[in-house]
Design a protein around this ligand. Structure first.
Ligand SMILES: *[C@@H]1O[C@H](CO)[C@@H](O)[C@H](O)[C@H]1NC(C)=O
Ligand SMILES: *[C@@H]1O[C@H](CO)[C@@H](O)[C@H](O)[C@H]1NC(C)=O
Ligand SMILES: *[C@@H]1O[C@H](CO)[C@@H](O)[C@H](O)[C@H]1NC(C)=O
Length: 345
């Protein structure tokens, strides 16, 4: 029997969810130079406004290149957790970069390495860093608010969540630490597509029994690298955004750790520097401006290339890049469990 009209009605939500799913892929494939689509019509209450920066923060500048994140700018927290570290200053704050639509990634991180009780017994605190989805900001906001009410671990400011705005996310995290958690001993910035061994990080690298390190930042260190000048790359940085041929040494973006004092200094100095779209290189520029160097860590702890899971090997390193949420959920019980006993070093 025919039922005219209804198939089309059913197609609408299906098309929307397909569009949401396809968005990530499409954005990855996007020309690096293409600007993000504007929100279609009437913006929700969370929408950002293209207003000139307040006179107090304005500095005399050349016109901003589209790949240069607008900063300093009074971005507003749409989701915040200002009291999260009031009772106890954590030993480790995990700042995890996340896209608003990536519920699965956050779910996996909460149940695996982002579990606050997986940090080897020290007080730890996990927060996801998000902006506003460039197209589906409105429909996603309610979901994000629900998730935030349930888990109390989402920070969001009113900038567009795009690849070239990643630097703004890290700075939002460092702003939160500076304003709401200045006593944090260490801050880890991480992406969601990694395997992390927080217990090893704490026990072997940060060593809670020792006095806190000062001006400390480590990870996988890049030295003698420079901006990619070809527009074909996702990592394209035009000379208008960063003129020099080389970057100061910096730690690769998937995971790096810094001492709480340095996190606050980096946030402060970032208010005075022109931003660049590569967030990890920008951290290096902040350190350079502060006259602070990166600290080398033992070889093999931060792996920028994927390694196949092996419990013994993974129990002696900090990070392996390129692990999906599904893989993390699959291997974590084994990694934490007693089977295949691998004596701690
Ligand atoms: C976090 O780890 C603890 C201790 O292993 C466990 O009881 C808890 O269920 C875990 N939480 C999540 C969200 O997986
Ligand atoms: C970064 O976010 C700002 C504020 O929402 C927006 O004006 C700008 O277009 C975004 N930049 C990119 C490259 O997406
Ligand atoms: C960029 O180059 C200038 C001129 O050589 C130099 O003074 C400055 O320190 C360099 N900046 C960085 C971050 O390396």
């Amino acid at each position: 029997m025919k039922c005219p009209g209804s198939p089309r009605v059913l197609l609408v939500p299906a098309a929307l969810s397909l569009a949401l799913l396809g968005l990530r892929l499409q954005r990855d494939a996007q020309e690096p130079f293409a600007t993000a689509p504007e929100p279609e019509t009437e913006p929700g209450p969370f929408a950002w406004q293209e207003a000139p920066p307040a006179a107090s923060t304005a500095r005399p500048v050349a016109p901003r290149h589209p790949l240069q994140p607008p900063y300093p700018y009074p971005y507003r927290f749409l989701l915040n957790e200002p009291h999260k570290c009031r009772e106890q200053a954590p030993f480790l704050v995990l700042l995890v970069v996340s896209e608003p639509q990536d519920t699965a990634g956050r779910h996996a991180v909460r149940r695996t390495w982002g579990n606050e009780s997986a940090a080897g017994g020290v007080p730890a605190l996990r927060l996801f860093l998000t902006g506003v989805h460039p197209v589906f900001g409105g429909p996603l906001q309610r979901l994000l608010e629900e998730e935030s009410a349930l888990h109390h671990d989402v920070l969001q400011q009113d900038f567009l969540d795009t690849y070239n705005n990643l630097t703004l996310k890290t700075l939002m995290g460092l702003e939160w630490v500076s304003k709401h958690c200045p006593g944090a001993r260490y801050v880890l910035k991480a992406d969601t597509d990694i395997f992390l061994n927080p217990a090893f990080l704490v026990r072997e690298l940060l060593q809670p029994q020792l006095p806190p390190k000062r001006d400390f930042m480590t990870g996988h260190i890049y030295r003698n690298t420079g901006p990619l000048r070809s527009r074909a790359f996702k990592w394209y940085v035009p000379p208008e955004v960063y003129p020099n041929k080389t970057y100061p040494p910096y730690c690769g973006g998937p995971a790096y750790v810094l001492s709480g004092d340095l996190a606050r200094k980096v946030y402060a100095v970032a208010q005075t520097l022109p931003l660049i779209n590569m967030e990890d290189s920008f951290m290096g520029l902040c350190l350079h401006a502060l006259g602070v160097g990166v600290t080398s860590s033992p070889w093999g702890l931060f792996n920028m290339n994927r390694l196949d899971y092996d419990k013994c090997r993974f129990s002696r390193l900090v990070m392996v890049h390129h692990y999906s949420p599904a893989e993390l959920l699959r291997l974590w019980p084994h990694f934490q469990g007693p089977e295949g006993g691998c004596a701690p070093p």
